[in-house]
Design a protein around this ligand. Structure first.
Ligand SMILES: NC(=O)c1ccc[n+]([C@@H]2O[C@H](COP(=O)([O-])OP(=O)(O)OC[C@H]3O[C@@H](n4cnc5c(N)ncnc54)[C@H](O)[C@@H]3O)[C@@H](O)[C@H]2O)c1
Length: 333
């Protein structure tokens, strides 16, 4: 019997982490999830852990991290555990820094203490702030405009410092907007109060949540609504497996945008959603949300060139079709 290599996945019960665990399983790895189930209804998060052991623990708990690493001997770590609400990070920055920076520090120290030297880290387009050049290359200035973006950039710096000091090799993936679902695996977005456009609009359409409010119709974009780069969460998961293979093959550290290089405005998403669900999406309009740039689109050339990644499911139509199927199962539950 072949023993599958294990990967420690912090935040593996989360939206992106759970899709990555599915992809790891499909690629012949065993994910070991460490998660405190804080991001939504605990039972729904727990159900996402399907492909390996689960440790219910906080990423700030250094003893839990060391015990998990000693017990399962992972060949690498994937680090998703974080507080992700940008707006909350602005009004109350303490918890975001505590979990995102403090938790990452505990993880890095546990990895140093146990000799695990490979890490894939979830960073964000929010590290760029308001970009001057779009599509945004990785070489663009990193000038975050909210504590969430600052917290992720601080961790990127910590990773570089741990790389210098003890040889940590890492792939930093700066995600743009992850969306979509894998309803056939029971995986999708389950938060009580989503802050992302697509879950908000689908919940509104199904009566599972309030009617969508389009925040800002006066941006300097062709139709006045903000433009984002939507990436199917399953394609993003594939990028993680490629990043892991890159590290396991002994290649060097890198920081890569994870996006499609294509932008869609809120109005375009609403039109595509109306096509998928067969009716107009109910919505109202309101003022801009503080801290939201007009335009965030990746230059994803490096991800394609360095890791050989190709997005297979990231058309708006596919993202919305999968997410609609997932939200319909939520509505029936
Ligand atoms: N969703 C996006 O579009 C997006 C974009 C850019 C970056 N990211 C990053 O990707 C990662 C995953 O995001 P997501 O959308 O899956 O969010 P999520 O909230 O669904 O997942 C985060 C997971 O971390 C867990 N967690 C939170 N605090 C923890 C703690 N102290 N200890 C242990 N576990 C803890 C949560 O329970 C949850 O399961 C995050 O690091 C986020 O910053 C996401």
């Amino acid at each position: 019997m072949t023993i599958q290599p294990t990967i420690l996945v912090t935040g593996g019960a989360g939206y992106i982490g759970s899709h990555v665990c599915a992809a790891l399983h499909e690629a012949g790895f065993t994910p070991v999830v460490l998660d405190n189930l804080s991001a939504g209804p605990a039972a729904a998060l727990r159900q996402r852990v399907q492909w390996g052991p689960f440790i219910e623990a906080d990423v700030r708990d250094s003893q839990a991290l060391i015990t998990a690493i000693e017990a399962y001997q992972p060949v690498a770590v994937m680090h998703f555990a974080a507080l992700i609400a940008v707006g909350e990070s602005v009004v109350n920055p303490g918890p975001t820094y505590d979990v995102n920076v403090g938790g990452s520090l505990q993880l890095l120290q546990a990895m140093q203490a146990t000799g695990v030297k490979k890490l894939v880290f979830s960073s964000t387009a929010a590290t760029y702030g308001t970009p001057e050049v779009v599509p945004i290359p990785e070489s663009a200035p990193t000038l975050p405009i909210n504590p969430y973006g600052h917290s992720k950039l601080m961790v990127e710096q910590m990773l570089a410092d741990f790389g210098t000091a003890f040889g940590l090799k890492r792939v930093v993936l700066r995600y743009f907007n992850a969306a979509g679902a894998r309803p056939e695996l029971g995986l999708g977005y389950v938060r009580h109060a989503p802050s992302h456009l697509i879950p908000l609009l689908l919940r509104g359409a199904l009566g599972l949540g309030p009617t969508l409010q389009v925040m800002g119709t006066d941006y300097p974009t062709p139709d006045g609504t903000a433009i984002r780069d939507y990436l199917h969460v399953a394609d993003l998961a594939d990028a993680h497996v490629l990043a892991l293979r890159h590290l396991l093959a002994g290649h060097d550290s890198c920081t890569l945008n994870a996006g499609t290089s294509q932008g869609a405005s809120v109005q375009q998403v609403l039109a595509a959603a109306a096509h998928v669900i067969g009716q107009p999406v109910p919505h109202t309009t309101g003022p801009r949300r503080a801290g939201d740039p007009a335009l965030l689109v990746a230059d994803a050339t490096q991800l394609q060139q360095q890791l050989g990644w190709r997005p297979a499911r990231s058309s708006l139509n596919q993202i919305l079709t999968d997410d609609w199927a997932w939200h319909q199962t939520l509505a029936k539950a």
